[in-house]
Design a protein around this ligand. Structure first.
Ligand code: VGL
Ligand code: ZN
Length: 190
């Protein structure tokens, strides 16, 4: 079913950073597969937000600090950079999150001004792509719904960590139950 793009639409590209791609510190299987459909949507949609995990060196989520993740997306390092293949020139707003040592933030709305920024620009509906389905995509899409945005998760433009094999699929199910719509990028058209 085609989804006609509206002027009040925005794309939220979640955490497409080198450390979440194959070869990165917290590599997501096929994480690089989200780049092409995200680039397509950057071109089609009137506004693009890109979030970045942007951790200090001693972030509490790191195993060295008692957390569950390897060191990843340290602010200012190549691992926290956008991949060269991403259409960075098409990003209108960049949101850096989880940038204080004592707190994690999976959602792009957590501790940022993203909700106010989108409301101020008249955004009504957000399309969510990026990494990872079961963590930051999930949390960002749930918060988008809570902030009052119609929320569409672009299934071919997300990939999961899958610490447990079904985490990605469960997250999509949960998002749908919470009121999000699931779509594929080819359905999102002018
Ligand atoms: C993420 C694990 C740790 C994500 C961020 O972007 O999904 N996952 N930090
Ligand atoms: Zn992180």
């Amino acid at each position: 079913m085609p989804i006609p793009i509206q002027p009040s639409d925005a794309l939220i590209a979640v955490d497409i950073e080198n450390d979440f791609l194959p070869g990165g510190a917290l590599a997501v299987a096929q994480g690089d597969a989200v780049i092409e459909p995200t680039n397509v949507l950057i071109e089609r949609l009137p506004l693009t937000v890109a979030t970045r995990d942007w951790h200090p060196v001693h972030h509490m989520s790191f195993q060295s600090e008692g957390g569950i993740w390897p060191v990843h997306c340290v602010a200012g390092t190549p691992g926290a950079a956008f991949p060269a293949e991403l259409n960075v020139a098409g990003i209108d707003i960049e949101i850096r999150k989880a940038d204080s040592a004592a707190q994690d933030a999976y959602s792009g709305f957590d501790g940022t001004d993203l909700a106010a920024t989108l409301h101020a620009r008249g955004v009504k509906r957000v399309f969510v792509t990026g990494l990872a389905t079961d963590y930051c995509v999930r949390a960002t899409a749930l918060d988008a719904l809570k902030a009052g945005f119609e929320t569409v998760v672009v299934q071919d433009a997300v990939r999961a960590v899958n610490l447990h094999p079904n985490d990605g699929a469960e997250a999509l199910k949960e998002l749908e139950q919470a009121g999000a719509m699931l779509a594929v990028s080819s359905d999102i058209v002018a």
